[in-house]
Design a protein around this ligand. Sequence first.
Ligand SMILES: Nc1ncnc2c1ncn2[C@@H]1O[C@H](COP(=O)(O)OP(=O)(O)OP(=O)(O)O)[C@@H](O)[C@H]1O
Ligand code: SF4
Ligand SMILES: [Mg+2]
Length: 349
Amino acid sequence: MRSAPADRVRELAGPGVPLGVPPDAGVPVLQVDDLSVAYQTRRGDVTAVDGVSFDLARGEFLGIVGESGCGKSTLLFAIAQLLAPPAQVTGGCVSFKGTDLTELTERQLAAIRWKELSVVMQSAMNALNPVKSVGSQFADAMRAHGVSSKREIAQRSAEVLAMVGIDGAHLKSYPHQLSGGMRQRSMIAMALLFTPDLVIMDEPTSALDVVAQRSLMVQIKELQAELGFAIIFVTHDMSLVSHFSDRLMVMYAGQVAEFGPTRRVFDAPLHPYSVGLLDAFPSIRGPQVPLTGIPGSPPDLAKLPGGCRFAPRCQKVMPACETTAPPLYQVDDIQVRCLLQAGRGPAGD
Ligand SMILES: Nc1ncnc2c1ncn2[C@@H]1O[C@H](COP(=O)(O)OP(=O)(O)OP(=O)(O)O)[C@@H](O)[C@H]1O
Ligand code: SF4
Ligand SMILES: [Mg+2]
């Protein structure tokens, strides 16, 4: 299945960029700098994202993995400016095509959502409005961005549904008439109505079986190659990121534990947590070995241990780990938060 020609999609997306920033191959599509987010709870502030920094190039596919509760969704919400109380950004900034998103009004943000930056959230299965047909929700999004021709709306809506393997007849369907997997795929289709520069996806394929998941991922990669958008993709599925992401971020307890080219992290993980995560997944190509997993569970973010957050579960723990919180070290093209790398330079230098 092929998507519409890129030219036609661009034509539909219309000329110009609302932010007034011309596309520049040299400017990263996204720059996240020292971003922190806290939830205000009765037990005090819980820092769910703690000083995360990264750049994302045009057309890049970034995978983010980590156990439940490590802050993946909170990070995505903060990037997309979709956080609501009790969560709030407590530090850092998010720059999209050179513009600080935290400075934009809701109106300015609405002008770039769907068109330049699309988000498919974890609850995508239930994100569609239950009392409107899929087609009328697509039409609303297109009209909100100035596409008024009924013919164009109908044609483009059918095209994006076809891209994710759903027959255009389902534009007339209401969400309850679709399976969970079809609802997820409809949300992905909606994210591709225009030609976004960045698509943020939080476990978008979790309701699909393995075969459907693979075929949808292949379609997403094909569209990415054709249209050039960058992707941030959160998943628990290590084999998905191993096949599809260019770079991989491993998060632990709100922080970056390891970050670098996916192949490099898979071939030679440096952080003991990454090693544990990889051991917990069956090798697709290699010999069958027993899965060991990681004993214990992530720390309570309201009661973090002093020193390294992973120390209580780490097989390589040293006395210094109990008292010294490791910074991020730069090891070639990898950033890693582990005292085993002490002596290396700080990340980013
Ligand atoms: N509404 C909330 N109120 C208070 N704390 C919250 C709230 N939502 C999340 N948190 C805290 O933020 C942490 C990170 O949550 P988040 O949903 O970002 O994790 P996640 O990595 O996306 O997990 P999962 O893999 O289960 O989706 C949680 O461990 C929890 O401590
Ligand atoms: S700093 Fe110490 S406890 Fe933390 S991951 Fe490295 S070796 Fe393990
Ligand atoms: Mg999540």
